[in-house]
Design a binder for this molecule. Structure first.
Ligand SMILES: [Zn+2]
Length: 363
C-alpha cells in the first residue's frame, strides 16, 4: 500500500516531494527513522567483508542513508574483536583499553585523544554535580566506563557480548554487566539518570526502536548522551563515508537525529565543537576522492581476517602530554601569526566534526 491509497491521510511532505520528482514510491523502502520514502543512492556498494555488497538508500525526509539489506550480523564482531589491533578504525579502541590503565587521569586522557570522548567528558561535566547514575550501553572494551568511574562517576557498562564484558571485568573491575536493552526490564529494574551510547546507534537496524527500548531504563527526567558519525559534516556527493555495512547500517545526518528525538518525544541538543576545532581543525577532505564512487571498501576477507594491517600509531599519539601540547602549540603559532598580519586561515571554527555528539532530553 502506498500512502496515496488512503484517501483520508495526505502524504507527508517528504513523500509528496518524492512524488513531485516523479519517484514512484510503491517499491521504495521507508526510512525506519522518519517513515518517509527513501531512494536508491548506490547499488552494489562494497560491504565490510570482501565479496559482499549492499545497496545504499537515502531518505528524502531526513537525509539518513541506510544499507539494504538492513540487518546486523553479530558474527562479524567476533572477527573484528579477535583482530581489533590490526583493523584500521578498531585498532585505536584496543590501544585505549591498554593505555587508560597507565595514565594518571584516564578521563582527561581520553578527552584529549578524540572528539567523541571530548564531547562526552564535557557533557557529563555539565551534569555531574547532581551525582547522576550513569550507564554506558554498548560499553565494548570498557575503557570509557572505567575512565568515568575513575573520575568519581557512579556508572556501569552494559554490553550484549559475554566475552567483551568478561574482558572488561578482568581489566577494569566489576563495573560491567551482560545486558540486552530489548530484554524485559522488569518492574524492579534499575533506572538511570543518564544513558551514554558512543558510536552505537549506527550499528543497529532500528535506531529509533533501540533508543525506545533503552529509554525504559531511564529514570523520570533522564537523558541520553550519544555520538554517531555525522553525515551533515560531509558533502552531499559522498555516498557512504563511514564503515561499510553491515558494521555500520546507518549514516545519519543532523536532520535524522532531530527526527529520532521527535520519535522519542525528546529534544535534541547538538554539542558545539567550535572550541575543540580551534585546536584540532577538521579536514573536510579527509582523504576523500572527488568522484561520486564509493570511498570505503571491504575490511575483512571471506574468512574474517583483516585485509590490510592498520598502520602503527605515530609515536607522539601514544603520549598524552604531546597529544595536548602539539595542537596547543599549533594553535598558539596560528594565533601569533594572525596577530602579526600573516595570511593564515581566518575562518571561524565550525561547530561540526566528522562525529556528531548530542543529548536527548525530555521535551
Ligand atoms: Zn528518514
Amino acid at each position: 500500500m502506498t500512502s496515496l491509497d488512503n484517501d483520508n491521510v495526505p502524504p507527508d511532505s517528504a513523500t509528496q516531494a518524492a512524488i513531485n520528482f516523479g519517484v514512484d514510491d510503491i517499491d521504495l523502502p521507508r526510512c525506519r527513522i522518519c517513515r518517509s520514502v527513501a531512494h536508491l543512492r548506490f547499488a552494489g556498494h562494497p560491504g565490510y567483508v570482501l565479496g559482499t555488497t549492499y545497496d545504499i538508500y537515502e531518505c528524502v525526509g531526513c537525509d539518513a542513508s541506510f544499507a539494504s539489506p538492513l540487518q546486523a550480523d553479530d558474527r562479524i564482531y567476533e572477527h573484528i574483536y579477535q583482530h581489533a589491533a590490526a583493523i584500521s578504525g578498531y585498532d585505536r579502541y584496543d590501544r585505549y583499553a591498554t593505555m587508560v590503565r597507565q595514565v594518571r587521569n584516564p578521563r582527561t586522557w581520553l578527552a584529549n585523544r578524540e572528539d567523541v570522548y571530548y564531547a562526552i567528558d564535557a557533557m557529563v561535566r555539565r551534569i555531574e554535580l547532581a551525582h547522576p547514575r550513569l550507564v554506558e550501553i554498548g560499553a565494548g572494551l570498557g575503557y570509557l566506563t572505567y575512565a568515568l568511574a575513575h573520575s568519581g562517576c557512579t556508572i556501569e557498562g552494559w554490553d550484549i557480548s559475554q566475552s567483551a564484558v568478561q574482558k572488561a571485568i578482568d581489566r577494569f573491575g566489576p563495573h560491567y554487566r551482560v545486558r540486552d536493552v530489548f530484554a524485559p526490564a522488569g518492574a524492579d529494574a534499575q533506572r538511570f539518570d543518564v544513558i551514554i551510547m558512543t558510536e552505537l546507534i549506527e550499528h543497529v537496524a532500528d535506531p529509533a526502536g533501540f533508543l525506545a527500548a533503552a529509554s525504559r531504563f531511564l529514570a523520570p527526567g533522564g537523558s541520553f548522551l550519544l555520538t554517531t558519525p555525522n553525515k551533515s559534516f560531509f558533502e552531499q556527493r559522498l555516498i557512504w563515508h563511514t564503515d561499510p555495512p553491515p558494521v555500520h547500517l546507518w549514516w545519519l545526518a543532523e536532520r535524522s537525529l532531530a527526527k529520532l528525538g521527535e520519535r522519542l518525544s525528546m529534544n535534541v541538543h547538538f554539542f558545539d565543537f567550535s572550541k575543540y576545532n580551534d585546536w584540532h581543525r577538521p579536514n573536510p577532505d579527509m582523504g576523500v576522492s572527488t568522484s561520486s564512487a564509493p570511498t570505503r571498501g571491504a575490511m575483512l576477507n571471506e574468512d574474517g581476517a583483516p585485509l590490510s594491517i592498520a598502520p602503527p600509531p605515530e609515536p607522539w599519539r601514544l603520549f598524552p602530554l604531546s597529544q595536548s601540547l602539539v595542537p596547543a602549540v599549533a594553535g598558539c603559532v596560528r594565533s601569533a601569526a594572525r596577530s602579526l598580519g600573516a595570511n593564515v586561515d581566518r575562518r571561524p571554527s565550525t561547530r561540526r566534526r566528522p562525529t556528531c555528539a548530542f543529548s536527548l532530553v525530555p521535551a
